[in-house]
Design a protein around this ligand. Structure first.
Ligand code: ACO
Length: 313
């Protein structure tokens, strides 16, 4: 038995807020349509901020709350599909900004909206072999970079932001027991890389159906792996892609309102950042006390999906 617990979390959101009302002046849509179909009322969109500045601010705040010094970090993984530069990676840029040691493993990881879960699992595995037992796991996406602002099917859904978690690995702690999956598919959700031109495209309804199947699959596998029931979980944190997906999952597992949370109304879908931003908001509100067990569920492009059970240290 060996695994990670979360020591501290942080987040950073761009200052500028784009409301549904603003979007009605950009595309043929209505505030009521967006609110009722997605649960989103507004989202943060970068103006002066960069991917690097959001990663840095979220990570600094997580380190501070964890009481961990930059030189204690053994592994730093940034989950993202929208870095400022491909080389250096966002994680290497973050290493420089925070003053992480030269022997810290720093790299980016692309699993779209499931990125934070993939990064958490990767960090847990790497920390088992690393001399330093603290890891920095960041999810950051500037979705505004991927979005065609004339496409009403997608531009209403996304926001920008970063979230970070400092984790600690100990031999006597149980593994987060992540369950991760992937089914290569470039029809439902696609965003080309240069030199090919184009923005993110999505078959919304089909992705919605995929999510409705992926979420219970993840929850069931995590519960099974840990030998617990939904009632034993202290908190559920879902990727914030659509309020309806979260509410349906809550209904299916009879999760009471005090055990799950939505910030999609304020943040939209921030891709890899959504889960750590939620964790950070909950921690600041003292809703994730020490010892509490949180079941994380993510899904998104790839297609990818995943779940894990993490404890607060
Ligand atoms: N305003 C008004 N009408 C719209 C808008 C809009 N912004 N967007 C689409 N419509 C129209 C459509 O054109 C369609 O019209 P039609 O019937 O005349 O063709 C109608 O509304 C219904 O469209 P649907 O796509 O069926 O709407 P739906 O209820 O499925 O909601 C949505 C669409 C919100 C995108 C939903 O399907 C969804 O949330 N999907 C999941 C998205 C997701 O989870 N993504 C996660 C991964 S993202 C990542 O990994 C990067």
């Amino acid at each position: 038995m060996n695994g990670i617990k979360i020591r501290g979390t942080g987040r950073a959101l761009p200052e500028h807020v784009l409301t549904n009302g603003d979007l009605t002046r950009m595309v043929d849509t209505s505030e009521a349509w967006i609110a009722s179909r997605t649960g989103i009322l507004e989202r943060h969109i970068r103006t002066g901020e960069t991917h690097a500045s959001l990663c840095r601010d979220a990570a600094r705040s997580a380190l501070e709350r964890a009481g961990v010094a930059p030189e204690e970090i053994g592994v730093c993984v940034v989950a993202t599909v929208t870095p400022d530069t491909r080389v250096p990676s966002a994680a290497c840029t973050l290493q420089k900004a925070l003053g992480l040691s030269y022997d810290t493993l720093c790299f980016d990881l692309n699993a779209a909206c499931t990125g934070f879960l993939y990064a958490l699992h990767t960090t847990e595995c790497l920390l088992a072999a690393a001399p330093k037992k603290f890891g920095l796991v960041v999810g950051c996406d500037l979705c505004s970079r991927l979005v065609d602002w004339t496409d009403r099917n997608t531009c209403i859904l996304f926001g920008d932001g970063a979230g970070a978690a400092v984790v600690e690995w100990r031999a006597e702690w149980p593994s987060a027991g992540a369950v991760l999956g992937c089914a290569g598919n470039d029809e439902l959700l696609r965003c080309p890389a240069p030199p090919e031109e184009g923005y993110l495209t999505m078959e919304g309804q089909k992705v919605f159906k995929f999510a409705l199947a992926a979420v219970p699959w993840c929850i069931d596998r995590v519960l099974e792996r840990h030998g617990i029931t939904a009632g034993d979980v202290d908190f559920f944190v879902f990727h914030q892609a659509n309020a309806r997906i979260i509410d349906l999952a809550a209904k299916k597992y009879r999760i009471p309102p005090e055990k799950y949370y939505k910030n999609i109304q304020r943040c939209g879908n921030t891709s890899a950042a959504s889960i750590p931003i939620v964790l950070s908001e909950l921690a600041d509100a003292d809703r994730l006390p020490r010892g509490s067990k949180t079941l994380l569920v993510g899904f998104g492009g790839g297609l990818t999906w995943g779940g894990a059970l993490v404890e607060m240290a």
